[in-house]
Design a protein around this ligand. Structure first.
Ligand SMILES: [Zn+2]
Length: 277
């Protein structure tokens, strides 16, 4: 449910983004001419039976895959461990480079693939591991096999990992109304504006695109933040990649908080999103 609401809080498209998306959809032959320029960020939800080629692109005359059709939008993979391992592994490079090169005998083409990956999965095959509502009926080996489908390197590229506890029906009814999507979207748009202003002299749009050099300039940490991150790095045995990704997430949390400098609470929150597996 959470994943499906994401499009309602995504930042507005810039004209340049809209052009790029429209071009990719046109190349893929899925643009409906009556629509003209695409005005909404894509939200792609491929089925778990999808092949690696349909995911990253290819074919005799290489066409954009799902990751390029999700450019500037969301690629949502429901029930992540149900996908073929090969299909998931091909996501690693584009998640890093934000583009993909597909080579075939006829041609070699590079398509942009700057997408946000959202994935959901159960804690075990039956879905009740760790639940207080119902006991889990899976044996340990089955759970391990299930979780092993998501490789460490892929997990490492997922910046925010949250364990959502099942909710009892009675509690669902009592839930007070949260913030509306419109209010959240306003905040997201504002954070995006801050970033566009900050990076106006660079060929990047937002924090997730920060290069190592720009990271040094715009993600400077004070001593308490540095100490906290160092501690987390050792105790959680984080990779160098996770380290820079935590910095980028913290930068975004600080932007949402309208703070120019990253503070220790922003770093703490970003680290927390890495502790759920
Ligand atoms: Zn289970």
């Amino acid at each position: 449910m959470l994943a499906k609401r994401i499009p309602t809080i995504l930042p507005n498209l810039t004209f340049e983004e809209a052009l790029e998306i429209t071009k990719l959809h046109s190349i893929a032959g899925i643009l409906k001419s009556e629509n003209g320029l695409i005005q909404q960020r894509p939200f792609r939800t491929p089925h778990h039976t999808i092949s690696p080629i349909s995911m990253i692109g290819g074919g005799r005359i290489p066409k954009p895959g799902e990751i390029s059709l999700a450019h500037y939008g969301v690629l949502y993979l429901d029930e992540l461990p149900e996908f073929k391992k090969e299909t998931l592994e091909v996501l690693r490079e584009p998640l890093e480079d934000r583009e993909v090169t597909v080579s075939r005998v006829m041609a070699s083409l590079t398509y942009p693939s700057n997408f946000m990956l959202i994935a959901s999965m159960n804690p075990c095959p039956c879905g009740y591991y760790g639940s207080k509502i119902r006991p889990c009926s899976c044996d340990q080996r089955a759970i391990q096999r299930y979780l092993a489908k998501i490789s460490g390197p892929l997990m490492d590229r997922i910046d925010i990992q949250i364990h959502v506890k099942p909710v009892e029906y009675q509690k669902l009814e009592k839930f007070s109304k949260g913030e509306s999507s419109a209010t959240i979207k306003e905040r997201v748009n504002h954070a995006r504006e801050i970033q566009q202003k900050r990076y106006k002299n660079y060929p990047i749009l937002c924090n997730s695109n920060l290069t190592p050099k720009l990271l040094e300039t715009y993600c400077k940490l004070d001593t308490p933040s540095k100490k906290l991150l160092e501690k987390a790095f050792t105790s959680l045995q984080l990779s160098a990649r996770a380290y820079t990704r935590i910095l980028k997430v913290a930068r975004t949390i600080a932007d949402l908080d309208e703070k120019e400098r990253i503070e220790v609470k922003h770093i703490a929150e970003a680290i927390q999103y890495r502790m759920n597996h």
